[in-house]
Design a protein. Sequence first.
Length: 79
Amino acid sequence: MIKAELAQAIRTGTMPVGDQGISMRDLHPDQYPATGVQAAKTRAQVESELAAAIRTGNYPVGDQGVMCNELHPDMHPTM
């Protein structure tokens, strides 16, 4: 299993290079096949997701990535 995962990472360019964690695909995108494109979300889907995130506090605050509901648990309902 590990050998197969390693072979796939090398083949697809997702193998990290160096201590920065940059992949070969990032360094040489022209040497690897294009990845699949995700279908775009509608405006209504994005607005719905944003409203849910605001309601539950499930969005990052500041540069550290701490979620709003973690900083202010009293302001957001628990799940």
